[in-house]
Design a protein around this ligand. Structure first.
Ligand SMILES: Nc1ncnc2c1ncn2[C@@H]1O[C@H](COP(=O)(O)OP(=O)(O)O)[C@@H](O)[C@H]1O
Ligand SMILES: Cc1cn([C@H]2C[C@H](O)[C@@H](COP(=O)(O)O)O2)c(=O)[nH]c1=O
Ligand SMILES: [Zn+2]
Length: 189
Protein backbone atom coordinates (compact mmCIF):
# COMPACT_ATOMS: atom_id res chain seq x y z
CA UNK A 1 0.00 0.00 0.00
CA UNK A 2 1.21 3.49 -0.81
CA UNK A 3 2.22 5.48 2.29
CA UNK A 4 2.57 9.25 1.99
CA UNK A 5 6.25 10.30 2.11
CA UNK A 6 7.67 12.22 5.07
CA UNK A 7 8.76 15.70 3.96
CA UNK A 8 11.55 17.41 5.87
CA UNK A 9 12.51 21.05 5.47
CA UNK A 10 9.32 22.77 4.38
CA UNK A 11 6.86 22.35 1.56
CA UNK A 12 7.86 20.10 -1.33
CA UNK A 13 5.85 19.00 -4.34
CA UNK A 14 5.89 15.72 -6.19
CA UNK A 15 3.98 13.63 -8.76
CA UNK A 16 2.33 10.27 -8.02
CA UNK A 17 0.89 8.17 -10.87
CA UNK A 18 -1.62 5.37 -10.31
CA UNK A 19 -1.98 3.26 -13.47
CA UNK A 20 -3.28 -0.12 -14.60
CA UNK A 21 -6.09 -1.74 -16.56
CA UNK A 22 -9.78 -1.03 -16.22
CA UNK A 23 -11.25 -2.35 -12.93
CA UNK A 24 -7.78 -2.52 -11.33
CA UNK A 25 -8.78 -0.09 -8.56
CA UNK A 26 -7.17 3.16 -9.81
CA UNK A 27 -10.12 5.36 -8.88
CA UNK A 28 -10.57 3.69 -5.48
CA UNK A 29 -6.87 4.25 -4.72
CA UNK A 30 -7.05 7.86 -5.90
CA UNK A 31 -10.11 8.46 -3.68
CA UNK A 32 -8.39 6.76 -0.71
CA UNK A 33 -5.33 9.03 -0.97
CA UNK A 34 -7.44 12.17 -1.45
CA UNK A 35 -9.71 11.36 1.51
CA UNK A 36 -6.64 10.88 3.72
CA UNK A 37 -5.30 14.25 2.58
CA UNK A 38 -8.62 15.85 3.53
CA UNK A 39 -8.51 14.15 6.94
CA UNK A 40 -5.07 15.76 7.37
CA UNK A 41 -6.76 19.15 6.75
CA UNK A 42 -4.83 19.70 3.54
CA UNK A 43 -6.45 21.81 0.83
CA UNK A 44 -7.45 19.41 -1.94
CA UNK A 45 -8.71 20.08 -5.49
CA UNK A 46 -9.84 17.23 -7.74
CA UNK A 47 -10.28 17.25 -11.52
CA UNK A 48 -11.59 14.95 -14.21
CA UNK A 49 -12.04 15.37 -17.98
CA UNK A 50 -15.48 16.79 -18.79
CA UNK A 51 -15.89 14.12 -21.48
CA UNK A 52 -16.03 11.42 -18.78
CA UNK A 53 -19.74 11.47 -17.95
CA UNK A 54 -20.02 7.73 -17.22
CA UNK A 55 -21.30 7.59 -13.64
CA UNK A 56 -21.73 11.26 -12.77
CA UNK A 57 -21.18 14.68 -14.37
CA UNK A 58 -19.39 16.15 -11.36
CA UNK A 59 -18.14 13.43 -9.04
CA UNK A 60 -15.37 10.91 -9.51
CA UNK A 61 -17.05 7.52 -9.00
CA UNK A 62 -15.38 4.10 -8.83
CA UNK A 63 -16.86 0.89 -10.27
CA UNK A 64 -17.69 -0.01 -6.66
CA UNK A 65 -19.57 3.29 -6.16
CA UNK A 66 -17.02 5.06 -4.00
CA UNK A 67 -17.24 8.76 -4.84
CA UNK A 68 -15.63 12.15 -4.22
CA UNK A 69 -16.59 15.60 -5.59
CA UNK A 70 -14.53 16.90 -8.51
CA UNK A 71 -14.38 19.68 -11.09
CA UNK A 72 -14.88 18.55 -14.71
CA UNK A 73 -12.58 20.46 -17.10
CA UNK A 74 -11.94 20.47 -20.86
CA UNK A 75 -8.33 21.66 -20.87
CA UNK A 76 -5.48 20.61 -18.55
CA UNK A 77 -4.17 24.19 -18.26
CA UNK A 78 -7.40 25.11 -16.45
CA UNK A 79 -5.95 23.22 -13.47
CA UNK A 80 -3.30 25.94 -13.08
CA UNK A 81 -6.01 28.61 -12.81
CA UNK A 82 -7.90 26.73 -10.08
CA UNK A 83 -5.05 25.67 -7.79
CA UNK A 84 -3.49 28.87 -6.45
CA UNK A 85 -4.11 27.93 -2.80
CA UNK A 86 -4.03 24.15 -2.59
CA UNK A 87 -1.76 21.48 -1.12
CA UNK A 88 -2.93 18.42 -3.09
CA UNK A 89 -4.28 18.02 -6.64
CA UNK A 90 -6.03 14.82 -7.77
CA UNK A 91 -6.67 14.02 -11.45
CA UNK A 92 -8.70 11.01 -12.65
CA UNK A 93 -8.98 9.49 -16.16
CA UNK A 94 -5.79 11.31 -17.11
CA UNK A 95 -5.47 9.37 -20.39
CA UNK A 96 -8.22 11.61 -21.82
CA UNK A 97 -6.39 14.91 -21.18
CA UNK A 98 -4.42 16.92 -23.76
CA UNK A 99 -0.64 16.81 -24.21
CA UNK A 100 -0.06 19.75 -21.85
CA UNK A 101 -0.91 17.63 -18.81
CA UNK A 102 2.67 16.48 -17.97
CA UNK A 103 3.89 20.07 -18.08
CA UNK A 104 0.94 21.20 -15.93
CA UNK A 105 1.79 18.50 -13.35
CA UNK A 106 5.47 19.58 -13.38
CA UNK A 107 4.47 23.17 -12.72
CA UNK A 108 2.15 22.19 -9.86
CA UNK A 109 4.89 20.08 -8.26
CA UNK A 110 7.34 22.99 -8.65
CA UNK A 111 4.89 25.12 -6.64
CA UNK A 112 5.10 22.60 -3.78
CA UNK A 113 1.87 20.77 -4.60
CA UNK A 114 1.41 16.99 -4.24
CA UNK A 115 -0.07 15.81 -7.56
CA UNK A 116 -1.85 12.45 -7.73
CA UNK A 117 -2.76 11.30 -11.25
CA UNK A 118 -4.77 8.17 -12.12
CA UNK A 119 -5.25 6.75 -15.60
CA UNK A 120 -5.16 3.84 -18.01
CA UNK A 121 -1.62 3.02 -19.09
CA UNK A 122 -2.81 1.02 -22.15
CA UNK A 123 -5.76 1.27 -24.50
CA UNK A 124 -7.86 -1.64 -25.81
CA UNK A 125 -5.09 -2.55 -28.30
CA UNK A 126 -2.46 -2.78 -25.56
CA UNK A 127 -0.85 0.47 -26.79
CA UNK A 128 0.30 3.31 -24.48
CA UNK A 129 -2.63 5.63 -23.81
CA UNK A 130 -2.47 9.43 -24.13
CA UNK A 131 -0.09 11.24 -21.78
CA UNK A 132 0.18 8.43 -19.20
CA UNK A 133 3.59 7.20 -20.55
CA UNK A 134 5.00 10.75 -20.29
CA UNK A 135 3.57 11.14 -16.81
CA UNK A 136 5.14 7.83 -15.77
CA UNK A 137 8.50 9.17 -16.96
CA UNK A 138 8.11 12.28 -14.82
CA UNK A 139 6.55 10.63 -11.75
CA UNK A 140 8.29 10.52 -8.37
CA UNK A 141 6.09 7.60 -7.27
CA UNK A 142 4.34 4.99 -9.45
CA UNK A 143 1.68 2.48 -8.43
CA UNK A 144 0.67 -0.10 -11.05
CA UNK A 145 -2.54 -1.91 -10.09
CA UNK A 146 -4.03 -5.11 -11.54
CA UNK A 147 -7.56 -6.41 -11.99
CA UNK A 148 -8.65 -10.06 -12.16
CA UNK A 149 -8.79 -11.62 -15.64
CA UNK A 150 -12.42 -12.31 -16.53
CA UNK A 151 -11.42 -15.35 -18.61
CA UNK A 152 -9.07 -17.26 -16.33
CA UNK A 153 -8.88 -15.53 -12.93
CA UNK A 154 -5.19 -14.59 -13.18
CA UNK A 155 -3.83 -11.09 -12.66
CA UNK A 156 -4.96 -8.74 -15.46
CA UNK A 157 -2.93 -5.88 -16.98
CA UNK A 158 -4.97 -5.39 -20.16
CA UNK A 159 -8.41 -3.95 -20.99
CA UNK A 160 -10.13 -6.09 -23.64
CA UNK A 161 -12.83 -4.38 -25.74
CA UNK A 162 -15.75 -6.69 -26.53
CA UNK A 163 -17.26 -4.37 -29.18
CA UNK A 164 -16.07 -3.93 -32.78
CA UNK A 165 -15.57 -0.13 -32.43
CA UNK A 166 -12.05 0.82 -33.69
CA UNK A 167 -11.56 4.35 -32.29
CA UNK A 168 -9.33 4.73 -29.22
CA UNK A 169 -11.95 6.75 -27.33
CA UNK A 170 -15.06 4.82 -26.26
CA UNK A 171 -16.55 5.36 -22.79
CA UNK A 172 -17.88 2.19 -21.23
CA UNK A 173 -18.16 -0.34 -18.46
CA UNK A 174 -18.48 -4.09 -18.19
CA UNK A 175 -20.84 -4.07 -21.18
CA UNK A 176 -17.93 -3.04 -23.43
CA UNK A 177 -14.70 -3.93 -21.62
CA UNK A 178 -13.28 -6.72 -19.49
CA UNK A 179 -9.89 -6.97 -17.80
CA UNK A 180 -7.67 -9.78 -19.10
CA UNK A 181 -4.26 -11.27 -18.38
CA UNK A 182 -1.57 -11.15 -21.08
CA UNK A 183 -2.33 -14.65 -22.35
CA UNK A 184 -6.10 -14.20 -22.58
CA UNK A 185 -5.67 -10.73 -24.14
CA UNK A 186 -3.36 -11.84 -26.97
CA UNK A 187 -4.58 -15.46 -27.48
CA UNK A 188 -8.34 -15.32 -26.97
CA UNK A 189 -10.55 -18.44 -27.54
N1 LIG B 1 -12.38 -8.21 -12.87
C1 LIG B 1 -12.25 -7.40 -11.82
N2 LIG B 1 -11.09 -7.33 -11.15
C2 LIG B 1 -10.97 -6.52 -10.07
N3 LIG B 1 -11.96 -5.72 -9.61
C3 LIG B 1 -13.13 -5.72 -10.26
C4 LIG B 1 -13.34 -6.57 -11.37
N4 LIG B 1 -14.61 -6.37 -11.80
C5 LIG B 1 -15.17 -5.45 -10.99
N5 LIG B 1 -14.29 -5.04 -10.05
C6 LIG B 1 -14.57 -3.99 -9.06
O1 LIG B 1 -13.92 -2.82 -9.49
C7 LIG B 1 -13.40 -2.14 -8.35
C8 LIG B 1 -12.33 -1.17 -8.77
O2 LIG B 1 -12.97 -0.07 -9.38
P1 LIG B 1 -12.20 1.25 -9.79
O3 LIG B 1 -11.39 1.79 -8.64
O4 LIG B 1 -13.22 2.19 -10.37
O5 LIG B 1 -11.21 0.70 -10.92
P2 LIG B 1 -10.49 1.49 -12.13
O6 LIG B 1 -10.53 2.95 -11.82
O7 LIG B 1 -9.09 0.96 -12.14
O8 LIG B 1 -11.25 1.13 -13.36
C9 LIG B 1 -12.94 -3.27 -7.45
O9 LIG B 1 -12.87 -2.90 -6.09
C10 LIG B 1 -14.04 -4.32 -7.67
O10 LIG B 1 -15.10 -4.12 -6.76
C1 LIG C 1 -9.36 0.52 -22.73
C2 LIG C 1 -10.08 1.78 -23.14
C3 LIG C 1 -10.94 2.41 -22.27
N1 LIG C 1 -11.59 3.52 -22.64
C4 LIG C 1 -12.51 4.18 -21.71
C5 LIG C 1 -13.51 3.27 -21.05
C6 LIG C 1 -13.78 3.95 -19.73
O1 LIG C 1 -14.80 4.93 -19.95
C7 LIG C 1 -12.44 4.62 -19.41
C8 LIG C 1 -11.57 3.87 -18.42
O2 LIG C 1 -12.18 3.85 -17.16
P1 LIG C 1 -11.57 3.10 -15.86
O3 LIG C 1 -11.83 4.08 -14.77
O4 LIG C 1 -10.11 2.86 -16.10
O5 LIG C 1 -12.34 1.85 -15.71
O6 LIG C 1 -11.73 4.70 -20.64
C9 LIG C 1 -11.38 4.09 -23.89
O7 LIG C 1 -11.94 5.13 -24.24
N2 LIG C 1 -10.53 3.47 -24.76
C10 LIG C 1 -9.86 2.32 -24.44
O8 LIG C 1 -9.08 1.81 -25.29
ZN1 LIG D 1 -6.52 -14.74 -18.33
Amino acid sequence: MFIEPIVKGGRQGWIEVICGSMFSGKTEELIRRLKRAKIANLRVEIFKPAVDTRYDDQQIVSHDEKAIPSTPIDNSQTILLLTSEVDVVGIDEAQFFDDQLPDVCDRLAAQGIRVIVAGLDMDFRGKPFGQIPNLLAKADYITKLHAICMKCGNIASFSYRKHAHEGQFLLGEKDIYEPRCRKCFYDPD
